[in-house]
Every structure is written in structure tokens, then in C-alpha cells.
Design a protein around this ligand. Structure first.
Ligand code: ZN
Length: 252
């Protein structure tokens, strides 16, 4: 009996491995065990767990106090209240994001939501509801998934914070932001988001946590924040998987 049970467990584990092959999320090598990254790959990811700017989540000098704000945010405060990112978007971490965003690879979601929950713990604790950044309907149909909604769903399963998955919508199709300057990105997405009138109750008077995969210049997240606040959201925070730290990394 005991033997049969352990054998069925092995079978189940093998079946799970077949459905979700334990390949590295970076190198795609097989047989690395249960972890999604090989140790040397894990060491190349710059997690934003130390001192960060309270407004934009950019790394600060280690001597800065909690709640400190970076020079860029003092000069030009973002529309949202606070932002956090799990790791820096750069050459060594790019594949993690692109496999999720472009290839629809889902097997990293459990790991990613764990990293995001850690980086955004206080934001999640205080959030009433999460709202993923939406794709335009036509793009959603052609791609078949919205990676930001996947991240929000994985975070909801982990934390119990509800998701208003369709609270925000894109009111018009915008050209891709890739290769545009910060100013052009802001112009590109200005007024491109709105809260669906029938879903206004899910954000009105609430503390909303916006979820996205990457924070680049913040143009998209700023436009979403504006739409949420216009619909009556009391407070808007931002939690992303990765954030660009240097301008030269703006390639997404
Ligand atoms: Zn900042």
C-alpha cells in the first residue's frame, strides 16, 4: 500500500514535470531541480530589496532612510503615490521578462509573484484591490493573453488581495512604446486609458495597486493612475516585476 502510494506520487510528479518542465527560466536548461533558476543565474539578478525611492522604486544609496525620495521624483513627482519593483530590468534579467511578455511562458509566475510580494509587501498589505494594466482589445485577441493580468492573478492567489481584472480599459490602440523618448511615450499614451463605468465601484474610494510587468519611463502607469484617480480611486500604488534603472536599458 505504502509502496503504491509513493509510486503514484512519483507518477504525479512526473506528470507535473511534463506539464511544467523544470527548465531554467533563463538558460532553458533542463534538470536543474525544483528551482526556476540555476544558482549562477539567480546571482545575476539585481533584486530591489534594499533602500529604494518611495515614489518610484529606483535603488538609492544604502545610507538613505525608509521613505526617502530620489532626485528625479523631487524634480518631477510621478502621478502615483508609491512604486516598487522586484528586480532591475537589464541584460541578465531581460529574458525572464520577454519570455513572459512575448512568448507567454507561464511557469515563472509562481516565482515572480513571490518576488513581487516581497518587494511590495507594504503596498499589498494596504491595497483594497489590484488592477492590471490592460491591453487594447485587438492586441489581447491577437496575443491571447495579458501578462499583467497573469501577474495580478498569481499575486491574488498568494496574498488574497482581489483583482479587478477589467476595471481599466484602453480607449484607443497606441503604437508600441519601444524606442520612444520619455516625452514621446507620455504623448503616446495620454488619455489612452479609462475606468469602465460599470466597474467604477471597484476602484471608487479604494486604495488601488496597479500591476504591470515592466516600469520603463512610467508613461503607461502614469496614464493608468490618472484614469483611476479620475474615477475616484483614493490612492494608487504601483507594483511591477522589473524596472529599468538606466536610460540605456530602455529597449523594451
Ligand atoms: Zn524616485
Amino acid at each position: 500500500m505504502e509502496q503504491r502510494r509513493s509510486r503514484s506520487k512519483v507518477f504525479l510528479r512526473n506528470a507535473a514535470d511534463f506539464l511544467w518542465p523544470p527548465r531554467s527560466l533563463v538558460s532553458r536548461e533542463r534538470g536543474l531541480g525544483k528551482g526556476p533558476l540555476a544558482p549562477h543565474e539567480f546571482g545575476q539578478i539585481h533584486f530591489l530589496g534594499g533602500a529604494v525611492c518611495d515614489r518610484c522604486g529606483a535603488p538609492l544609496g544604502a545610507e538613505m532612510d525608509e521613505g526617502a525620495v530620489c532626485a528625479a521624483c523631487i524634480a518631477r513627482p510621478p502621478r502615483w503615490d508609491r512604486a516598487r519593483a522586484a528586480f532591475v530590468y537589464e541584460a541578465s534579467s531581460r529574458r525572464l521578462v520577454l519570455d513572459l511578455k512575448r512568448s507567454g511562458r507561464r511557469d515563472g509566475l509562481g516565482t515572480f509573484s513571490g518576488w513581487m510580494a516581497q518587494a511590495g509587501r507594504s503596498l499589498l498589505d494596504e491595497a483594497d484591490v489590484m488592477a492590471p494594466v490592460p491591453l487594447h482589445y485587438a492586441r489581447l485577441v491577437s496575443r491571447g493573453f495579458n501578462q499583467s493580468a497573469w501577474l495580478a492573478g498569481a499575486l491574488a492567489r498568494r496574498t488574497g488581495v482581489p483583482v479587478a481584472v477589467d476595471a481599466l480599459k484602453r480607449t484607443r490602440r497606441t503604437p508600441t512604446q519601444g524606442g520612444l523618448s520619455a516625452r514621446a511615450r507620455r504623448r503616446n499614451v495620454a488619455g489612452a486609458f479609462a475606468v469602465r463605468p460599470r466597474r467604477a465601484g471597484s476602484v471608487q474610494g479604494k486604495r488601488v495597486l496597479l500591476i504591470d510587468d515592466v516600469l520603463t519611463t512610467g508613461a503607461t502607469l502614469g496614464a493608468c493612475t490618472r484614469a483611476l484617480k479620475k474615477a475616484g480611486a483614493r490612492h494608487v500604488d504601483v507594483l511591477v516585476l522589473a524596472r529599468v534603472v538606466r536610460e540605456t536599458d530602455v529597449t523594451i
